[in-house]
Design a protein around this ligand. Structure first.
Ligand code: GTP
Ligand code: MG
Length: 286
């Protein structure tokens, strides 16, 4: 699978985020709870460095909660403050503010000792495309934040949004690139909708999804499609069974494989078959 990677863009995005970071006390690193590791920017630690960090595992409603707990422990061990939320439905928003308070406690105590006046905690969101940055900003702000200054050459006016009693959030998130060069990561990013369909081979993505479900959720997969295919059957037999069951046929009663591929990806991506976490911590070297 050939996935393009743009080092130039990547370096520019990194510089821009690093510039914005100077203005904040804490960073909200937003990741997709279905791929808490694969949806991180590979240079993120370089960018954020020692700044206190809340790792927000978003789209909890589509993830496997047991796996999610393991990832929360993983991030805690690294010294971050993880919280799992569902920004779309506004669940877990309070946790974000609470975590920000904890993450910055030491810094604010130091400021207090120096005699500095109490002030709001300043935060910004960073993350790869489609993890829910805009959704979260709008939920925390209780309104849709207008996009400002999209014209080239016009300096973008950044604004602070008041969140709860203690937090101010920068209205523009830092967008970073996901890790493109790893094949498996690319498939995980695609199956969760983080990268465009036009830059991947959808057949490989569908096969990845099917094999993940066969390995981890065989019964659920069979029940969802109301098919009975032995686990050791070739992928093509699964495609045939799913296609016939759903009536995805061409003339001559042939299975329309393109349609099956689209169906599988769509249903996994939108959690129609079940709620899954594709980054399985015990299967990874992290
Ligand atoms: N199920 C579910 N969907 C979510 C959640 N948060 C965001 N989404 C959906 O994910 C998609 C992307 O959300 P955005 O907020 O646009 O993501 P973004 O990070 O701003 O994306 P870019 O602006 O492209 O970088 C939208 O369709 C949202 O409705 C969540 O917690 N659960
Ligand atoms: Mg956005």
């Amino acid at each position: 699978m050939v996935i393009q990677w743009y080092p130039g863009h990547m370096a520019k995005a990194k510089r821009e985020v690093a510039e914005q970071l100077k203005k904040v006390d804490v960073v909200f690193e937003l990741v997709d709870a279905r791929i808490p590791y694969s949806s991180r920017n590979p240079m993120i630690d370089d960018v954020i460095q020692q700044k206190p960090r809340v790792v927000i595992l978003n789209k909890k409603d589509m993830a496997n909660l047991k796996e999610l707990e393991k990832w929360e422990s993983y991030f805690k061990e690294k010294g971050y403050y993880p919280v799992a939320i569902d920004a779309k439905h506004g669940k877990g928003l309070k946790l974000v503010e609470q975590a920000a308070i904890k993450a910055t406690q030491e810094k604010f105590e130091r400021e207090k000792k120096k005699g500095l006046k109490p002030r709001a905690i300043r935060a910004m969101i960073v993350g790869i495309p489609n993890v829910g940055k805009s959704t979260l900003i709008n939920k925390l702000a209780h309104k849709s934040i207008a996009k400002t200054g999209n014209t080239p050459g016009v300096t973008k006016q950044q604004q602070w949004i008041k969140v709860g009693n203690s937090l101010q959030l920068l209205d523009t998130p830092g967008i970073l690139w996901p890790k493109f060069e790893d094949q498996l990561v690319g498939k995980k990013l695609s199956i969760t909708g983080a990268i465009k369909d036009s830059i991947v081979h959808l057949d490989e993505v569908a096969i990845y999804g099917l094999e993940f479900l066969k390995t981890h959720h065989y019964e659920g997969l069979k029940n969802h499609y109301k098919i009975d295919v032995p686990i050791e059957a070739e992928n093509i037999e699964w495609f045939d069974a799913i296609g016939r069951r759903r009536g995805l046929l061409r003339s001559g009663n042939e299975v329309d494989y393109e349609a099956v591929i689209e169906l599988i990806i769509h249903e996994i991506r939108n959690a129609k078959i079940g709620t899954y976490t594709f980054d399985v911590i015990k299967e990874m070297e992290v």
